[in-house]
Design a protein around this ligand. Structure first.
Ligand code: LLP
Length: 394
């Protein structure tokens, strides 16, 4: 089986399971996303912190000059502490608390992506009380269905996100009328793990139509934030280790028709960090079941919940073995029958103590970890071509 190259000899002192980050791959990815985005003078990329807020990863991304997309006051704090500039931070979320709004205003972030008129009024009131003007974009629910998992599509009318078309004109007028609101533009996000560029074409078409009708009403358009969502190839991490940024940005350059000089913001998470991360586990036991063989590993849904939560596929490789393949279910120790990484999959023959790599786990892996069953949070190993200890405090 074709496998990624892992410095297995360096893993001896590590407590498994742990997250392994290929830092040269992350830097190559950042160079590619920056190069492709800069083919349009008005494109700005923000990294969606929720995908992975490991401070070493964040510092690497902020050093590449990206902005940040945050979804809570704590994410804004983490972004600022990791070198992201306040004027490059955008803040989304349907349920921002008063304390979070005050904090974000005080920090001087660049944009609130506002999801309802009720939220707009609260932000206006808090900003007025602080003697500030809140920079606001309105998040539109574009009613565009993305061809992805139902739990991670966000742009449908039935989803909780954004303001619907019928209400939009009224909410823009409200924003323009509130003295403590600085109306800046519109925000969209249709979902995640999107590989069909036609979904983004549909989004562009909706934005183009909306831009025409808003201008027809004599209202300002402002700038546009198209959200994130670009997917990665989970099947072939060794052949396709960098997401298709070229086709993605080309889609927007071709299909998004906006007045010259309109800034376009992107909020990419998964496509930036998923490929560089793997969850490294050890095989605890190989067990012959009645109908199948189990490789029981020491990693579980508490470190990587995506397979259990979304039935998401992550490629699993035995990086200690070159023996012939056998068919395994790779399962964790947690007391849930959904604690399964893959089922009926060909993997090089497993023995107790082998290292297994669960690939493409850099996004929504460590950031969604829990300590269910009193399991400790995983540590991290940053591969730079030589071993590095985890520089984070315990
Ligand atoms: N902007 C907004 C407003 C978002 O809600 C999200 C993700 C992003 C940007 C970044 O999307 P990305 O480029 O990463 O697709 N836990 C799920 C994914 C949830 C995505 C939530 N929103 C998973 O593991 O697949």
């Amino acid at each position: 089986m074709l496998k990624g190259s892992f410095p297995v000899g360096e893993f001896a002192g590590m407590r498994t399971p742990f997250y392994y980050y290929d830092m040269p791959l992350l830097r190559r990815t950042l160079a590619e996303v920056t190069a492709q985005a800069s083919r349009h003078p008005d494109y700005h990329v923000h990294y969606a912190i929720k995908a992975n807020f490991n401070p070493v990863i964040l510092r690497t991304i902020s050093a590449a000059g990206l902005g940040a997309d945050c979804v809570s006051g704590e994410e804004i704090k983490v972004a600022l502490a990791s070198g992201f500039k306040a004027d490059g931070i955008v803040y989304s979320g349907v349920g921002k608390s008063d304390a979070e709004i005050s904090f974000a205003l005080g920090a001087g972030i660049s944009r609130f992506n506002v999801e309802s008129s009720a939220e707009l009024e609260v932000i206006a009131e808090i900003a007025a009380g602080m003697g500030l003007k809140a920079p606001v974009s309105l998040r539109v629910n574009p009613d565009v269905g993305a061809h992805t998992h139902a739990n991670i599509t966000t742009g449908l009318a039935e989803n909780k996100f954004g303001i619907n078309y019928e209400q939009l004109e009224g909410v823009i007028r409200l924003a323009l009328s509130l003295p403590s609101i600085d109306y800046k533009g519109l925000h969209f996000h249709i979902g995640s793990q999107i590989l069909d560029m036609m979904d983004f074409v549909a989004l562009c078409n909706r934005i183009n139509q909306l831009a025409v009708s808003i201008r027809g009403l004599g209202l300002p358009l402002g700038d546009i934030n198209v959200g994130g969502g670009l997917g990665i190839n989970y099947q072939h991490p060794n052949h396709l280790d960098i997401a298709g940024f070229e086709a993605y940005f080309a889609t927007f350059r071709k299909h998004l028709v906006l007045p010259r000089g309109t800034a376009v913001h992107f909020e990419l998470g998964r496509s930036i960090v998923a490929p560089c991360g793997s969850l490294i586990c050890r095989v605890l036991y190989v067990k012959e079941g009645t109908t199948r063989k189990f490789a029981i590993v020491d990693g579980s849904m508490t470190e990587l919940i995506r397979p259990a939560l979304y039935k998401a596929y992550h490629r699993v490789e035995n990086i200690s073995s070159d023996e012939p393949e056998e068919i395994y279910d790779v399962v964790g120790p947690v007391c849930e029958s959904s604690d399964v990484f893959v089922k009926a999959t060909a993997i090089d023959r497993c023995h107790r103590g082998d290292f297994m790599a669960i690939r493409s786990a850099g996004a929504y892996g460590e950031s969604m970890a829990s300590n269910y069953n009193c399991r400790p949070f995983p540590e991290s190993f940053y591969w730079e071509g030589k071993a590095t200890a985890d520089p984070r405090p315990e």
